[in-house]
Design a protein around this ligand. Sequence first.
Ligand code: SF4
Length: 444
Amino acid sequence: MVNLKGSAKPLRASVTTLGCRLNQAESQIIKEKLEVAGYAMVPFGEDADLGIINTCTVTREADAKCRKMIRQFVRRNPQAFTAVIGCYSQMGAKAIASIPGVDLIIGNQDKLSVVDYARLGKNEKPVIVRDRIDRKDFSIQFVGDLPFDKRANLKIQDGCDFLCSFCIIPFARGRARVRQWENTLDEARAAVAKGVRELVLTGVNIGTYLHEGHDIVDLVDALNDIPGLLRVRISSIEPTTVPWALIDRMGDREHVLLPYLHLPLQSGCDKVLQAMRRRYTTGEYADFVQRAVKQVPDLCVGTDILVGFNGETEADFEETCRFFNDLRFAYTHVFPYSEREGTLSVKRANDVVPIEERNRRCLQLRRYSSQKRYDFMQRYLGQEMNVLLEDPRDDRFPGYTANYIRVLTENPQSSDIRNQLVRVRLDRISADFVEGPIVSFVGG
Ligand code: SF4
């Protein structure tokens, strides 16, 4: 580890993150450790002495994007120490090691210790640290006193035991394990103490959270008791792991848990769900969502859909489109199926759907999703809703409503209103935003 304390010119470090919210949460922790170690953080793409690329391997395209970012950094900073960490390092260390200029490759077990491995100057050849991923529950040494984002990701869980046939994550991130209860709450309290008003709970399969008898409902209730915390959002949760008590909390306006449910569906066709080894039928999924939106009228239900999976016929795809359009979704993220070495679906690959057809189905479903998102925003035109304001862009303040509508508003006064909870009247839709004036200040 480089001791920079008191060195004349601090070394510059840049961190770039690909992939999911969990990766973003981990990169934030690494950035904080770098700053404590005395590095000056610079945006990726600027000159740096240390570059960290936090990778994703969920699709072939993700791997290619990681390689591109690595080459880009090395080209810009040939003398810098280049560290590649995370999921692609866990699954594709050999491919990464073949890229000239890489000094260090760290898998998911030790990625948060990358700062300890960093040093001045280049390695002859890449050092690879890819230990077996622990199954033990974990705690995270967080720093806690550095600049903050208004909405902070809080990592509460990692890994997955569900083994869906298309998914590489259990291999890249290991078996399911949770963050220790007290350590999780300590970071939450520290985040609120420095001004965070919304926490986004993140992990791989967070609905399976259970530590010393405390489950996800206990966790959101404990967060509800932290003075100054206004909002808690669950990033994504598996359909078969949502206790109804969570829906009760989402419907309770006095509770910090927001009416937002990102519930990965993957397919709207039972034949395909079975081949994916998903744990529910379309009927069970639809029944759950219909009951949830009945109980929580403002609930935002979002999802993920994978198209072009082995054996998915045109008729199966149409069934998925009908299912998506019929249910009260606000949007879907759409992914073309991507073969991942080591997954069951690759071992049993048959009836492979051509790539062009996968991409055509993706575009089709993304069009339906844009319409759904528009319809969802339109439902709230003319209404006043609470919005947590983020950093301004061109003198205008973006932020989210509780049910994940992206809002853009103006500052009616000269004081700094970032991180304030304000009431906005939703007047008009423009692109992905709803615009409108602030009608009152709720508090920060
Ligand atoms: S639940 Fe399935 S899709 Fe999600 S991470 Fe686990 S194996 Fe992958």
